[in-house]
Design a protein around this ligand. Structure first.
Ligand code: AMP
Length: 222
């Protein structure tokens, strides 16, 4: 199996959910820049200069590249040095970022170890999913909307408190779809298609169906 699995897709396409499943299935390291940024935001000892960059996190805009690289590359080094593969979840959101990550992989002889899984959904689905999901404050589990889940207040995995993410509000959702949705993704996917490493999956399907397809691709095709 490839050592570097890059999950791409609009917000709400299932990157976080699939990353968590793959981490528990394959024991890979989970590199979620969104999680790393939220952790930094809650850290009272974090560098105030870094904290200033986090305003973008609340509005749905992109956080500055240098902070993203510092957080993501340190985590990736940690796993790769131990020989553990990595799953990148939302860590690449522009072509410039894709190129910088590519240079990181080239320096470490990992260019043959990359697979990009594109979870394809429409911007409408993206909006609906973000507007209705809940997230566990303790472990990060994502509870999608369904009539059965509506009344749920505790995490089914760890019993932590479920909350609505600060940026899952209508204004920030619209901004995220604008800067991280299908239009923004197109050139990044094109960049990876040029490298011949993209596998596209219908992300509109159920979590378990998407999961089956992703695992099959990783084990047999990538
Ligand atoms: P996520 O949890 O992946 O939805 O990310 C939450 C927020 O973190 C995004 O809306 C951005 O503000 C920021 N963010 C996460 N990853 C990146 C990245 N690779 N580049 C820039 N901003 C990012």
């Amino acid at each position: 199996m490839k050592k570097v699995i890059i999950l791409m897709g609009p917000p709400g396409s299932g990157k976080g959910t699939q990353a968590r499943i793959l981490v528990s299935t394959f024991g890979y390291g989970h590199i979620s820049t969104g999680d790393l940024l939220r952790k930094l935001d809650k850290d009272p000892n974090a560098d105030p200069e870094d904290k200033k960059q986090l305003a973008a996190l609340k509005t749905g805009d992109l956080v500055a590249d240098d902070l993203i690289y510092r957080l993501a590359f340190r985590e990736m080094e940690r796993y790769l040095e131990q020989g553990t593969g990595v799953i990148l979840d939302g860590a690449i959101r522009t072509v410039a970022q894709a190129k910088t990550y590519q240079a990181f992989f080239e320096e470490r002889d990992l260019t043959d170890e990359i697979v990009v899984i594109e979870l394809a959904i429409s911007d409408e689905t993206s909006y609906k999913r973000l507007a209705h999901r809940k997230v566990c404050a303790a472990c990060g589990f994502i509870l999608p909307f369904s009539p059965e889940n509506e009344a749920q207040t505790l995490c089914p995995e760890c019993e932590g408190v479920l909350e609505v993410r600060e940026d899952d509000n209508p204004t920030a959702i619209q901004e995220r779809i604008k800067v991280q949705g299908n239009e923004a993704l197109r050139p990044i996917i094109a960049y990876y298609k040029e490298l011949g490493v993209v596998k596209t999956i219908d992300g509109e399907a159920s979590i378990s169906n998407v999961d089956k397809v992703v695992i099959d691709i990783l084990e047999n095709e990538a």
